[in-house]
Design a protein around this ligand. Structure first.
Ligand code: PMP
Length: 346
């Protein structure tokens, strides 16, 4: 039987399902609500017309990495591009994990840390967040060291809670955990604080970034930023040509004009303020800190609300079990989308 060749440890795995994407109001995937403007899209059209399709892309996406380095204020050689930061997470897991190695993460956090750990043969160790969805930093460090984990993954701000870990605590984690520490700054732009300035200072620090939240989810582009020693190790595992030519060309156009990103982020933050204020005036909704491009809310009947919203073609992320039972994660939409949500959420 062909099944005899399958991996036993993947037998209870379910493939990731992103669900339907044809809802009118899509507030479930933490994307940016606005598309690139028409002029920029026209410019991209010309680039696509003139692209070289018979040749492989630049295997190291050097121009993109250089432009991102400028955007992030780091050195070019410290940046590696990936097919989304998802791929960066996978590369990290495959670079450092042997079968049976442990990886620490807070729970809840981004599900791909656990998934790629398992795919690489590792064992995810989840550390539950406290009652206010805060991280007990000391407890986390103790757990990571006593379990002898090889990697720590933490998103900051955290998806899905929106909570943040303060800079001094991040530093404590990097200094005291005896392992590779990955700080995933996918939502950095909506928070404003980064640990990137420390990549050359700590031998065990890797920072992740993505273009998906700032208006470019379609092109699949993420970055890994770290010191030279870790970078050479990660390069052994990076697939060649992992970022396609079209993505590289589009990213170069946008990164040469970072004001496109700044404007987009400014608009999303303004809508976050608006949505937060309106939601906080509704009885029966508890809001958690919102430092990313979404707001986590707790209600008494999340599933009922989710179904009611779906009937109006509004999609939000709903949690029905665990720590986030009865929570909804609502991505910040345009004013029109936010008003549509507000009208239907009560
Ligand atoms: N990290 C976090 C914390 C995320 O929330 C996401 C997207 N949901 C990613 C990484 C993956 O981003 P990308 O689209 O770059 O693969």
């Amino acid at each position: 039987m062909v099944q005899d060749f399958f991996r036993e440890d993947l037998s209870d795995f379910e493939s990731y399902s992103a669900g339907r994407t044809d809802y009118k109001v899509r507030l479930n995937a933490n994307e940016s609500f606005s598309n690139l403007d028409f002029e920029t899209r026209k410019e991209i059209g010309k680039v696509i017309e003139n692209s070289i399709y018979n040749r492989y892309p630049d295997p190291e996406a050097l121009e993109v990495c250089a432009l991102y380095a400028k955007y992030a204020n780091v050195k070019n050689i410290n940046v590696m591009a990936g097919n989304g930061s998802d791929e960066c997470i996978q590369i990290i897991a495959h670079t450092f994990l042997n079968t049976g190695d442990k990886v620490a993460m807070q729970s809840p956090d981004f599900s791909m840390y656990g998934l790629y750990t398992k795919v690489a043969g590792g064992i995810p160790i989840e550390f539950p967040l406290g009652p206010a969805l805060e991280l007990d930093v000391k407890g986390f460090i103790n757990m990571a060291n006593s379990e002898k984990v090889k990697i720590v993954f933490l998103s900051n701000p955290d998806n899905p809670t929106g909570n943040i870990i303060k800079r001094e605590d991040i530093i404590k984690i990097i200094e005291e955990c005896k392992c590779i520490v990955v700080i995933d700054e996918a939502y950095f732009e909506f928070y404003g604080e980064s640990i990137l300035d420390k990549i050359d200072f700590y031998e065990n620090l890797i920072v992740l970034r993505t273009c998906s939240k700032i208006g470019l989810a379609a092109i699949r582009l993420g970055f890994m930023i770290t010191n030279n020693v870790l970078m050479s190790e990660l390069k052994k595992v990076k697939p060649p040509y992992n970022v396609n030519s079209i993505t590289q060309s589009i990213a170069c156009i946008i990164l040469k004009r970072p004001e496109i990103i700044y404007n987009n982020v400014k608009n999303i933050i303004a809508e976050r303020v608006y949505l937060w204020e309106k939601l906080s005036n509704i009885d029966g909704i508890k809001l958690y800190k919102a430092k990313a491009n979404f707001i986590l809310v707790e209600v008494s009947n999340a599933l009922e609300i989710k179904e009611k919203l779906l009937k109006q073609s509004i999609n939000v992320r709903c949690y029905t079990s665990g720590k986030l039972v009865n929570c909804l994660r609502i991505t910040i939409g345009s004013r029109e989308e936010n008003n549509c949500l507000l009208k239907n959420i009560i």
